[in-house]
Design a binder for this molecule. Structure first.
Ligand code: ADP
Ligand code: MG
Length: 196
């Protein structure tokens, strides 16, 4: 089974959305195997988020796309935008307590990203967490020189998931148990009629 990491950012916690958001992961059938509340330091968030040129540039490209789609010119160099985003993101993620989850299930990474919605909440579809709970946008955040307050972090791929789960949880803080209904979700035998 695949594992992924979710972090409810300080705005989600302070708006009292913790339960609402966790419910969405439970009801889709993902298993909570780890949970923790913490108030991260800036140093921790520096290490939690990537610093590779590739990631920084991709963040910068995303910002450019969001601006272009709104007819706003973004003349910044994507790498420089990425570096700036990382600095404001570290401030944002460490400004209050966060709730971190380790989740497990088939295609957990992709399913969680689908439920979370686009990075830019303005593009996130209704029904997604970012689409349903915030009027935020990348263009608005950038104009105000701050991070995009999009409520939640979710691992983007297997590599991130591995790094992030290890970052937050010791081995003995991750739990193995049977989820009610697990056989309906995954078992090959479940549909077999019992012999009478
Ligand atoms: P995601 O969280 O969807 O995986 P990224 O990994 O690209 O998105 O970016 C990490 C976080 O940085 C975002 O969730 C958001 O809070 C913040 N962020 C991204 N792009 C911008 C931007 N252009 N301006 C301000 N903050 C941003
Ligand atoms: Mg990401």
């Amino acid at each position: 089974m695949e594992r992924t990491c979710v972090m409810l950012k300080p705005d989600a916690v302070q708006r009292g959305l913790t339960g609402e958001i966790i419910t969405r992961f439970e009801r889709v059938g993902l298993k909570i195997i780890g949970v923790k509340m913490a108030w991260p330091t800036k140093e921790q968030m520096e290490k939690f988020y990537p610093s590779t040129k590739e990631w920084l540039t991709s963040v910068g490209e995303k910002a450019r796309k969001s601006h272009e789609e709104k007819g706003v010119q973004d003349k910044r160099d994507p790498l420089e935008t990425g570096k700036w985003v990382k600095s404001v993101l570290v401030e944002y993620a460490s400004c209050g307590p966060v709730v971190v989850l380790a989740l497990e299930g088939n295609s957990a990474i992709e399913i969680v990203r689908k439920l979370v919605g686009s990075t830019d909440p303005l593009k996130a579809q209704p029904g997604t967490i970012r689409g349903d709970f915030t009027p935020e946008s990348i263009v608005f955040a950038d104009a105000n020189q701050r991070a995009t307050r999009n409520l939640i972090h979710a691992s983007g791929n297997k590599e991130e998931a591995k790094h992030e789960i290890k970052f937050w949880f010791k081995e003995n803080e991750l739990f193995d148990y049977k989820l009610g209904g697990e056989e309906i979700l995954y078992s090959n035998n479940w549909t077999k009629r019992k012999k009478t």
